[in-house]
Design a protein around this ligand. Structure first.
Ligand code: ATP
Length: 272
């Protein structure tokens, strides 16, 4: 069942075209990993999906509805968003920020209730981050802020989550915790995920865990759907897309089976 579909999408900032002829669809329980160089338009494309930018041509459907026909509150009940950067102005506690994730379900005149607080406490607990509960959000580190944004998206309890480089600031362990959480949610809730990432190994991680993943390469104003990580992330494709020589390693891990990882070997076209 298709939950998110973009048909013939085109977007420009003024006279600068960012992308054109973009087509993809994502089904329930599927992940779309968008890979692409800095500045190719991943965040701009995500902003179109969220209804922040409006396509100049084409359409975006969320379930049976056009995004342009939905209110921000209706979009927020369907899609949670983990931004790449979050501007922190006000000294809210982490708990307050998490409870904002319940706003799409709370009427204008009411406050989050005990059930909402319990949901937020459960997420803090399950990610081992309960100690952050009463911390001033403006004083968190970059990685802690990112984790709070991820928890707020999970609390929003939507069928789709869009993540813009979700692990960019995270340490080795928290990067894995986020990936493990994604895998658990996709398996338990049939969550659909759209993820812009600079780490193609994340696509392999999800595939290794048995999640259906599509890889899309975004570059030169186009989005090329390239199939599953095993089909898309070949040494030849990585060499032509990133200009990096790689070796794809396959390894059997007891209890996990065959896993794949990209080992970067050497950049190309650079002066040595
Ligand atoms: N509001 C804006 N007005 C004009 N140009 C913009 C605006 N926002 C982004 N751009 C430009 O659009 C292009 C795409 O930016 P975008 O942030 O979507 O790229 P990205 O692929 O997400 O990059 P990165 O991987 O570095 O995060 C860039 O050239 C950027 O400078």
């Amino acid at each position: 069942m298709t939950i998110l579909a973009l048909k013939n999408g085109k977007f420009s900032f003024g006279k600068t075209q960012i992308f054109t002829e973009v087509n993809f669809s994502v089904s329930k329980g599927e992940t779309l990993c968008i890979l692409g160089p800095n500045g190719c338009g991943k965040t701009t494309l995500i902003d179109c999906i969220l209804g922040i930018n409006t396509l100049h041509k084409g359409e975006i459907r969320l379930g049976d509805n056009l995004v342009t026909g939905l209110s921000p509150r209706q979009i927020a009940q369907m899609i949670a968003y983990v931004p790449q950067k979050h501007v922190r102005h006000f000294s809210f506690s982490v708990m307050d920020i998490l409870l904002m994730g319940r706003a799409p379900y709370t009427s204008f005149y009411s406050a989050p209730d005990a059930a909402d607080i319990e949901i937020a406490e459960d997420i803090l607990d399950s990610l081992g981050l309960y100690h952050l509960k009463n911390r001033d959000y403006t004083r968190l580190s970059g990685g802690e802020t990112q984790l709070v944004m991820i928890m707020r998206a999970l609390i929003q309890d939507t069928p789709v989550i869009v993540m813009d480089e979700p692990t960019a600031h995270l340490d080795f362990k928290h990067e894995l915790i986020v990936l493990e959480t994604i895998v658990r949610l996709v398996k338990e809730r049939g969550l659909t995920l759209v993820m812009a990432t600079h780490f193609p190994n994340h696509a392999f991680y999800l595939e290794n865990e048995g999640i259906p993943v599509q890889v899309a390469f975004m570059d030169r104003q186009k989005v090329h759907l390239a199939g599953s990580p095993s089909a898309a992330l070949t040494e030849d494709n990585l060499e032509s897309f990133y200009r990096v020589k790689t070796s794809i390693m396959t390894h059997t891990i007891p209890g996990k089976g065959l896993v794949k990882q990209i080992i970067p070997i050497q950049t190309m076209d650079t002066d040595k």
